[in-house]
Design a protein around this ligand. Structure first.
Ligand code: SAM
Length: 239
């Protein structure tokens, strides 16, 4: 299988290092990369500037605080990086104003051949280059980060763990919170999990899990999923 290719445009490429102790150098992303399921490369937007100070930002027109990332380095970096590989890239701009990153969107992205992630900084990117590049705009939540790098890492981790073979246990991603179980029309939260010992601080593991009756266990887990979703995330019941 050809690995999913992820290119990241950023002013902080070191954030995406594949070597430990960097975030992507550990755990499932690192293993998926070693297994040839995914490859990623971060490109420095500063390498696509034309001024000798490698400036990627400037003062905002109209005044006000902060800086705005200029069009030209973003425009040139997108085209230079896209030209490296003939496969079409799904362009994604990380922004708090984008489509919320939910599991359905993660599933859509996990079957693409190639993603191009653009991480903003400061006040964001000059709107004109966004209009021209027409990226999908994606937000990881209703809060503001100082830069798009952390959002890109979140998106990458969520996508990579869905690649076939990325998780040790094949079934586990399809039963996680927000995944659509076979026969269900809504996305439920996961059920609670327990492991050894059978009793801890006077608390016993639910007896059904020790019964060995797989049908009963599956029914209990589904009931737990539904009850938890009703209690904690009733909004998921009416998508
Ligand atoms: N002025 C912008 C606004 O209020 O919409 C916020 C800019 S933020 C300080 C700088 C950069 O961080 C953004 O360009 C974006 O790339 C990234 N960012 C911040 N919050 C984010 C979020 N919730 N999801 C995705 N990216 C985010």
């Amino acid at each position: 299988m050809t690995p999913l290719r992820i290119d990241i445009l950023t002013t902080f490429p070191e954030v995406f290092s594949a070597d430990p102790p960097a975030f992507l150098g550990a755990s499932i992303p690192a293993r998926a990369r070693r297994a040839g399921l995914v490859e990623w490369r971060a490109f420095n937007l500063r390498d696509h500037t034309r001024d000798k100070h490698q400036k990627t930002d400037d003062r905002p027109f109209g005044g006000g605080p902060g800086m705005v990332m200029t069009c030209q380095p973003v425009w040139e970096a997108v085209h230079a990086v896209e030209a490296i590989d003939p496969r079409p890239a799904t362009r994604i701009l990380l922004t708090p104003q984008g489509r919320p990153l939910r599991q359905g969107l993660v599933e859509e992205l996990a079957i693409k051949p190639r993603l191009l992630l653009i991480a903003g900084h400061y006040e964001g990117i000059d709107e004109r280059v966004v209009e021209r590049l027409k990226p999908q705009e994606v937000s990881i939540g209703d809060y503001v980060l100082s830069g798009g790098e952390a959002a890109a890492l979140v998106l990458m981790d969520a996508v990579i763990r869905l690649l076939p073979g990325a998780l040790g246990h094949e079934g586990s991603a399809s039963e996680d919170s927000f995944s659509m179980l076979p026969g269900e029309s809504i996305r439920l939260l996961d059920c609670p999990h327990y492991t050894k010992p059978r009793e801890w601080m006077g608390m016993a593991v639910p007896g059904v899990l020790l019964s060995g009756d797989h049908g009963e266990i599956a029914r209990w887990r589904l009931d737990q999923r539904r009850a938890r979703t009703r209690e904690r995330r009733p909004d998921l019941l009416n998508p």
